[in-house]
Design a protein around this ligand. Structure first.
Ligand code: SAH
Length: 347
């Protein structure tokens, strides 16, 4: 925005430097941090700043603002999908899930994705750019203000590969975690990755004990490479080794996501292989009935198959849940709405 600084993208320390450079006092940083992290978008609403300060702020800074393009509310369970327009016109999506224990928001981390997983709606639409920390944070703030209720959990599981945007992701987590901001505990933040090993190891050293979800979806390299190209870079053994290091350094349990695709990865022998891979690890498995995405040709496994798969894992001591399908009537699964929108525009 014409060389201006996005205030929502700054840590308190960065804001302090910003105010010192403006010839103002350092304590202003905390005031502005508190305002923008509440979702305030207009500098004039910052009533504890003098008119002069507000004017010079306006000259050199702006606050990221997402525009709600559309909102889809599920009639089944109230799950709400937001399509947001970013300042440069790009579109991302986020989902609000209403659980009994509170509100949870699923956010996007990139515009598009480079990973090319065969079953995913983001594949084929291409990669455009990384989101800034402010753009990730603003998805949560905008939904929180729109819903009028505190968001207690955030999952980075929407469009994009969060570890392919590592620095902005970690900055976002530190911002949302900050006591003067949303003050959301690390245990209430989950990040899902297709398995970028160097970043898993890096995160284990950040002193940010968030929940890590690994999109595994297959139990041997040959099968995984067919549906997830990233496996050619990092084999399953390397991935599992990195996960073990993560659980050992953070004491956090890892979630392994396994989307069951009819006839592709749902044979019972795969459940056995999976239990061998994960034996003795601090982890649990989340089975997801795959969402069919146009043109991928993948179908969900039958209910019987899903429960049989679960039973085999549990018999072998692996804690397993089956993901509840929320918002099935609003294409709530990641990337689906943005993809339908882009396709509609192309036609
Ligand atoms: N890139 C990250 C986060 C985005 S994908 C990752 O790979 O984890 C979020 C989750 O949705 C992942 O577990 C992903 O594998 C899963 N997913 C993608 N397409 C899906 C589909 N069609 N059905 C079910 N789950 C899907």
């Amino acid at each position: 925005m014409d060389g201006k600084v996005d205030l929502l993208n700054l840590t308190i320390e960065e804001l302090e430097n910003f105010f010192l450079e403006m010839g103002q006092q350092k304590f202003r940083a905390k005031q502005v941090f508190q305002w923008v992290n509440k979702g305030v978008k207009d500098i004039d609403e910052m009533t504890n700043l003098s008119k002069d300060i507000r004017e010079s702020l306006r000259a050199s800074a702006y606050i990221n603002k997402l525009e709600v393009v559309e909102k889809f509310v599920s009639k089944i369970d109230g799950t709400t999908k937001y399509l947001f327009k970013l300042i440069d016109g790009n579109i991302v999506e986020s989902v609000l899930m209403k659980y009994e224990h509170g509100f949870s928001v699923c956010i996007s981390s990139q515009v598009g994705c480079k990973m090319g997983c065969k079953f995913c709606a983001s594949t084929g639409v291409g990669f455009l750019r990384n989101l800034t920390s402010a753009e990730m944070l603003d998805q949560v703030l905008t939904i929180q203000n729109d819903a009028g209720s505190r968001v207690g959990n955030v999952v980075v599981m929407g469009i994009g590969e969060p570890f392919d945007n590592y620095d902005n992701l970690v900055k976002f987590i530190r911002l949302i975690n900050h006591k003067d901001g949303m003050n959301l505990g690390a245990r209430h933040i989950a990040v899902s990755t297709c398995g970028l090993v160097p970043e898993i190891l890096k995160l284990s050293k950040e002193n940010l004990p968030i929940t890590l979800s690994i999109s595994l979806h297959a139990t041997n390299d040959e099968a995984r490479e067919k549906i997830m190209p990233v496996n050619k870079r990092y084999s399953i053994d390397k991935l599992i080794e990195a996960c073990k290091i993560y659980t050992e350094t953070t004491s956090r349990r890892i979630t392994f996501e396994y989307a069951l695709i009819d006839g592709v990865n749902d044979l019972i022998e795969y459940a056995q292989q999976l239990s061998n891979l994960l034996k003795g690890m601090l982890c649990h498995v989340n089975l997801i009935p795959v969402n069919s995405v146009t043109n991928t040709g993948f179908k969900k496994s039958s209910k019987e198959r899903i429960y049989k798969f679960k039973e085999v894992l549990e018999k072998r001591g692996i804690e397993t849940t089956v993901r509840r399908e929320l918002g099935a009537d609003i294409d709530a699964a990641c990337g689906q709405l943005r993809r339908s929108l882009i396709e509609a525009v192309k036609e």
